[in-house]
Design a protein around this ligand. Structure first.
Ligand code: MV4
Length: 501
């Protein structure tokens, strides 16, 4: 087993990996940029290395500087987390050349899955169902027109080097095709340095369901169940759950077996996710494969009882998978909310700043993977994910009740957050009915400037928090908080004020 792992990431995921290392008796080394000197992941790691200034290209995305830190601290292995260098085959290769184990898949699998057209060709050979379309770059407008006519409109133009929605165009009619092709190719070229674009039939109102897999370096592979990730905004996931409310044990087995086939065809090892689009008729299609640990991995951990990060580390050290597919048991339901420092009243723009107050939820069935603490400044240079609130229950209803309860306990001041969005989603009739789909947030009415609850006690508590933390500079007996005191005993008021100040 490794003695020391360098974590090439920051925020909550770096904290998550430090925790796994400590549970396994492995020394955890952090890296940080100049604005992250006091970040939580630096505080809880055993060592920490400055790798450069704030811009990610000069720090968390800089292969040389990260490898230099890994050599300086004599790390045996590097965990890349998600984002940054996690899906960069050049980085995985550079780690190999430096004699440091990259905790992730072989670079050849990353190359393959990094090209959507190559991945589609490989999946076709393996017999994996994929969205009808081309698996080669389009060469001309005439070719695009012929193919689109065969598929039937609407169609989707996609960048071969893309993923996650970048460089994508929905085309509803032939009259739009040639302009869309030109702009998609231009965008792909400038975003990825590769103008290759291909066509798929468009699936209308799809669900986004993904399958977690785990493969060792000895040819064994298991699936760990699906995650429903349809609740998203502008290709940014907001809430994920497992199992999918649209799923059945039969669908899980079918999708899981197909995911394992895809993984074997890619020569894959370590943790990975196979993404599918599902239509309303029970059909599903391979979309792409993510060759990393994902943000939403905790929901899978809760319903399987497994520790994915520990298993990644054990697999990378050469161990065999310690269980078979039959031994994987699914139990209960888990829901994750991604808590971002962003302003719901300003188009969810990032809202960096200092966390002046923080009250975190806990209690039965609640897991909080957080990267923040009170007094810390959320830098503006990176993704503003603050924490992931994950609720678990025996049933979906119990999980929802626990997340709702925990949202009520959660209080973050100093930065704007999207907590109010979750309070609304968890009351939305479609969501409660399990009718999750990719258009859900677009249809949800914004309730800006109006109270987002009609529960008087919540309004009173919010007013109390406001007067105790923000409005109140004077002693409690001169506070202008009549609405609060009229409903509460004096001792409650004093206790709350003391707890909050
Ligand atoms: C699609 C699609 C419909 N038809 N492909 C968006 C992200 C990228 N990974 C693939 N995406 C889509 N591909 C075909 N052939 C609709 C989407 C899509 C979507 C997919 C998953 C979750 C949210 C989405 C929101 C808009 C579009």
């Amino acid at each position: 087993m490794f003695k020391k792992i360098l974590i090439a990431n920051r925020g909550e995921i770096a904290v998550r990996v430090v925790r796994a290392c400590h549970e396994m008796g492995i020394t955890a080394a952090a890296v940080y940029s100049q604005v992250d000197r006091t970040a939580l992941h630096v505080r809880i790691a055993d060592d920490a290395y400055l790798i450069g200034p704030a811009p990610a290209t000069e720090s968390y995305l800089n292969i040389d500087r990260i490898l230099d830190a890994a050599k300086r601290c004599r790390a045996d292995a590097i965990h890349p987390g998600y984002g940054f260098l996690s899906e960069n085959p050049l980085f995985a290769r550079a780690c190999g050349h430096a004699g440091i184990k990259f905790i992730g898949p072989p670079p050849e699998s990353m190359d393959l899955m990094g090209s959507k057209t190559r991945a589609r060709q490989q999946m076709e050979r393996a017999g994996v169902p994929f969205v009808p379309g081309t698996s080669q770059a389009l060469e001309s407008v005439a070719e695009a027109q012929r193919t689109a006519a065969k598929l039937g409109y609407p169609v989707m133009l996609k960048a071969a080097a893309g993923g996650g929605g970048k460089g994508m165009r929905l085309v509803s009619a032939e009259s739009e095709l040639s302009a869309a092709l030109e702009s998609a190719q231009g965008e792909a070229l400038s975003a990825f340095g590769n103008g290759e674009v291909y066509l798929e039939k468009a699936i209308i109102n799809p669900r986004h369901i993904e399958m977690q897999i785990l493969a060792d370096e000895h040819g064994n592979c298991v699936y760990l169940g699906e995650r429903e990730c349809s609740i998203q905004r502008r290709h940014q996931k907001v809430l994920e759950e497992s199992p999918s409310p649209a799923g059945t044990p039969e669908l899980r087995k079918k999708m899981g077996d197909i995911a394992v086939t895809a993984v074997k065809a890619a020569g894959y090892a370590n943790a990975g996710t196979v993404e599918f689009l599902a239509d309303n008729s029970g059909n599903f299609y391979f979309l792409e494969m993510n060759t990393r640990l994902q943000v939403e991995h905790p929901v899978t951990e809760l319903v399987t009882g497994l520790d994915l990060v520990q298993l990644q580390i054990r697999i990378a050290s050469g161990e065999k998978l310690p269980f078979t597919q039959d031994e994987v048991k699914f139990r209960g339901h888990a829901i994750e909310c991604r808590i971002y420092a962003e302003d719901p009243e300003n188009n969810y723009f990032p809202s960096p700043g200092t966390i002046t107050k923080l009250a975190e939820p806990s209690g039965p069935g609640i897991r909080l993977d957080s990267g923040i603490y009170e007094g810390w400044n959320v830098p503006l240079e990176y993704d503003p994910l603050l924490a992931k609130l994950i609720g678990y229950g025996e049933s979906r209803e119990q999980a929802i009740g626990r997340v709702q309860r925990a949202l009520g306990e959660y209080f973050i001041a100093g930065v704007k957050t999207n907590l109010s969005l979750f309070r609304r989603i968890l009351k939305d009739a479609d969501f409660l009915a399990g009718n999750t789909h990719t258009g859900l947030l677009d249809r949800m009415p914004e309730q800006l400037g109006t109270p987002q609850t009609d529960d008087d006690s919540i309004v009173a508590i919010a007013a109390g928090i406001f007067s105790a933390t923000i409005a109140a500079q004077a002693p409690p007996d001169t506070n202008n908080d009549g609405a609060f005191t009229s409903q509460s005993s004096a001792w409650k008021k004093i206790a709350r004020t003391e707890a909050l100040s």
